[in-house]
Ligand binder design. Structure first.
Ligand SMILES: [Zn+2]
Length: 288
């Protein structure tokens, strides 16, 4: 059952326009990503925008897999990552290397940077698209990505409010078979009138009605979006194994237990010496 105030992704089609759309409204997922991190407001806001964008991107996946949106630069924000799966489970993190002032714009936060979008099917080859972050806003950079990678006219608006922990976005894209470019331009004008308040406070049906009441829009069933981290005790175990016995032994010579902390969800996976024996076997005299 989908709760009325749940985080939802909507897809829709303009019957007479050869264009499609997506709308996403998020609260809990966003709250889980920023909670406990003490991010400056501008960073939390950008995380919200990137989260909404990743939901819109993963909505187009036609297979089981993951899309990673990664921003890296030489500005105060050194790294921002959002991982999204085709089932709309999301996680994300940002790393700062210096102070991010509250008045800093997108370009100032990033400095010289790029966005790397990795599409990784569970079965099959992954592929990457790289976009220089030369536009003034994150949405404008993403539009560049869409135009280059899919060669389809795309319009994107992203919103985030770190204080109320709400974020979301809207996407309009021409279909490959589109004949009339005026269709896209007409709908682009309507799409760009969307206000943050409308997106945050109104149900999707009402938002779409306000924007496109003269259009013939088919709205598909909504998909739930949730926060989910892919870390686990098993994965941490694999990480220890891949470090190799000598290096792990070194860790245990300095401390009683090894704590593998997941920065995405703040989980701690703790391993003691008995776990070590189970992992590597009881062959070393320093392990009792
Ligand atoms: Zn985790």
């Amino acid at each position: 059952m989908i709760q009325p105030d749940a985080d939802l992704l909507h897809r829709y089609l303009f019957e007479q326009r050869d264009c499609r759309g997506e709308l996403v409204q998020l609260h809990d997922t966003y709250a889980r990503i920023i909670e406990g991190h003490d991010y400056p407001q501008v960073i939390a806001k950008l995380l919200g925008e990137a989260l909404a964008a990743t939901c819109l991107l993963t909505a187009t996946l036609k297979f089981e897999g993951e899309i990673t949106v990664q921003i890296q630069g030489d500005g105060p924000l050194s790294l921002l990552v959002i991982n999204g799966r085709n089932d709309q489970s999301m996680r994300g993190i940002a790393r700062l290397k210096s102070h991010a002032g509250s008045d800093m714009g997108f370009q100032q936060l990033i400095g010289h940077g790029q966005m790397v979008i990795t599409v990784a099917p569970d079965q099959g080859e992954r592929y990457q698209g790289i976009v220089e972050l030369s536009e003034a806003t994150f949405s404008a950079c993403l539009e560049q990505y869409f135009i280059r990678s899919e060669q389809l006219a795309t319009c994107l608006k992203l919103f985030a409010d770190a204080e109320s922990q709400q974020c979301g976005g809207i996407l309009l894209q021409a279909l490959p078979q589109q004949n009339d470019a005026d269709d896209f331009q007409h709908l682009q004008v309507l799409t760009s009138t969307l206000k943050a308040g409308e997106l945050f406070d109104l149900p999707a049906e009402q938002v779409l009605h306000r924007l496109f009441h003269e259009e013939n829009v088919t709205l598909y069933p909504a998909q739930s979006v949730c926060f989910k981290c892919s870390c686990s005790r098993e994965r941490s175990k694999q990480a220890l194994l891949s470090m190799g016995k000598d290096e792990v032994l070194q860790l245990f010579s300095e401390q009683e237990q090894v704590d593998i902390h997941c920065q995405y969800c703040n989980s701690h996976h703790v391993f003691n010496q008995e776990d070590m024996i189970e992992l590597f076997g009881k062959t070393n005299p320093s392990i009792h």
